[in-house]
Design a protein around this ligand. Structure first.
Ligand SMILES: C[S@@+](CC[C@H](N)C(=O)[O-])C[C@H]1O[C@@H](n2cnc3c(N)ncnc32)[C@H](O)[C@@H]1O
Length: 509
């Protein structure tokens, strides 16, 4: 079996576990499987080596009795010979204590005769033990020893169901998560208005008093203070001792033009382009159909590119949306052996601009629909890179992709269905020379991942693609690895890139 087959096998086994289909998961295991866990878990009967399927099943039954929830979320698969190494996060909730945590794990697999014959689970045993083992809950001794009289202010919890819950040691549950979530659009709207008013640009050369902000931006004084304080609460402004408001490091870098890394086009487009489609989320959930002009199943870019005003907003958004990935690609990838780079679905060329600016030996070609040419070429001129980055118009559905040492496919696969994703990777493979690489970045996520932060953002972007494009959807890092293998890439790796952004690299060997 190839490394690709081995990754597909292990990945399918994780999928079966996630579905709760234990028989299907065990079908991928060799009858002689060796099942290895750290000795540090032995006193919970979860350590050491088990041999053979019945012993593995017994191990799993023991684990199920100890954990009310076990959700392994693999994110990176590496294959070499008969081995597959998987990194990921296991979300575990102990049945006895109710404590839960995301435990980082490394799984080492060996494959023989098309089946997993050895599995070793490496993790921080102290973190898992902390979930399972009771903590000493003896209250600290008080100075007076008198614990009868509760302070008057705490009387509210002394009666009814809540008091009983508190006396059982349960956490008090508040309605604020619901209320805050319901009104989070206020936060977006505050940011969007600040961008529309030019507030961040106005503060680029230093903090301003409220009066000066009112005068310079032509505002009515009524709402300005809570508006500035809300932006301060969001981390976009800082309030000085004298009462003036200034930029924070984040807003100075990413909401002004000072450093060539302004991402304001993205929240601006959220208000201009996507606010309306998100109002249709309930409808999309009922019908599965996008909530924009692509509602009838059309190519979403056809309608978009018919309206010059929306194209401008879209390309400003793409420049903002690609900034985090572009900076990380320029910084984290080795560009020494690369002379030419082709960005497929290059939009206004933000990624090429970042790469060519950071690596002066590179030349680049941006491939995109012909309507994009003026936006791309203007951006190249403005960056002083017109001689090193050129535009090639075409459709990646009907035309060959331009050749280059390294091909970048960023925020493109998510627009399309799985078959098109695969076709695009096959086209990239065809366009590359031997030894060339395709670099895919996207906001990849995992259906089983239910944390906040980047996980949450990943699910939201997945919904966003469904609201915007008939076939669009997010995908897991493991899917990217499998598709790259299917396209013919010999060496494949997947890893986090920046924030919720992931990077998948395939080398044509
Ligand atoms: C979501 S944007 C991604 C832009 C950029 N790569 C980034 O990371 O932000 C998708 C890009 O694919 C381009 N595109 C859509 N359909 C295309 C096609 N058939 N052929 C070539 N490019 C296409 C769009 O014009 C757009 O610039």
């Amino acid at each position: 079996m190839t490394g690709h087959d081995n990754i597909a096998l292990i990945s399918a086994s994780y999928d079966a576990f996630r579905r709760g289909d234990l028989d299907a998961a065990l079908a991928f295991f060799h009858p002689d499987i060796e099942w290895v866990h750290p000795d540090g878990m032995s006193d919970h009967d979860l350590g050491g080596v088990e041999r053979g399927l019945p012993a593995v099943k017994a191990f799993m039954a023991r684990a199920r009795s100890l954990f009310a929830e076990v959700g392994m979320r693999p994110d990176t698969f590496f294959a070499e010979g008969d081995q597959v190494v998987v990194t990921g996060v296991n979300h575990m909730r102990a049945a006895a204590t109710g404590r839960e945590a995301d435990i980082t794990v490394v799984h080492h697999w060996r494959i023989r005769d098309g089946k997993a014959v050895r599995f070793e689970d490496l993790h921080d045993t102290a973190a898992i033990r902390a979930l399972l083992e009771p903590v000493d809950e003896t209250p600290p001794e008080t100075a007076s020893g008198d614990e009868e009289a509760a302070p008057a202010g705490e009387k509210a919890v002394s009666g009814g169901a809540e008091a009983e819950a508190v006396s059982r040691g349960e956490e008090r549950v508040e309605p604020w998560p619901v209320i805050r979530t319901g009104f989070r659009f206020w936060e977006s709207r505050v940011l969007m208005s600040a961008i529309e008013l030019g507030l961040f640009e106005a503060l680029a050369d230093g903090p301003r008093s409220v009066d000066r902000i009112v005068a310079e931006l032509g505002l009515h004084e009524r709402g300005v203070r809570p508006f500035l304080d809300a932006l301060t609460g969001l981390g976009m402004l800082a309030r000085e001792d004298g009462g003036a408001y200034g930029l924070t490091p984040v807003s100075a870098r990413f909401l002004t033009d000072a450093q060539g890394t302004n991402v304001a086009g993205l929240p601006r487009a959220a208000s201009k382009l996507w606010w309306e489609s998100w109002k249709g989320l309930t409808e999309m959930l009922r019908t599965g159909r996008p909530q924009n002009e692509a509602n009838a199943g059309d190519d979403p870019f056809e309608a978009l590119y018919a309206d010059p005003e929306r194209v401008r907003a879209f390309h400003a958004a793409m420049a903002g949306g690609a900034t985090g990935a572009a900076l990380a690609l320029a910084r984290d990838l080795d560009w020494d052996g690369v002379r030419t780079v082709a960005d497929i679905g290059a939009a206004g060329g933000a990624v090429l601009r970042a790469l060519l600016t950071a690596h002066p030996h590179l030349t680049g070609v941006g491939f995109d629909l012909p309507q994009v040419r003026p936006h791309f070429e203007q951006a190249a001129r403005e960056a002083g890179l017109a001689g090193r980055m050129r535009f090639e118009g075409g459709s990646f559905f009907t035309d060959d992709l331009p050749g280059a040492d390294r091909i970048v496919l960023g925020h493109v696969l998510c627009d399309w269905d799985a078959e098109t994703k695969r076709d695009l990777l096959a086209k990239a493979f065809k366009a590359l020379p031997d030894g060339g690489e395709v670099v895919v970045y996207d906001l990849m996520t995992d259906p089983g991942r239910t944390g906040g932060g980047d996980d949450l953002f990943g699910h939201l972007i997945n919904l966003h693609m469904m609201l915007e494009s008939p076939g669009g959807h997010g995908y897991r890092p493991a899917d990217a690895a499998v598709w790259l293998r299917e396209a013919g890439f010999g060496r494949v790796s997947v890893r986090p890139l920046s924030g919720p952004e992931w990077l998948a690299v395939g080398v044509k060997e």
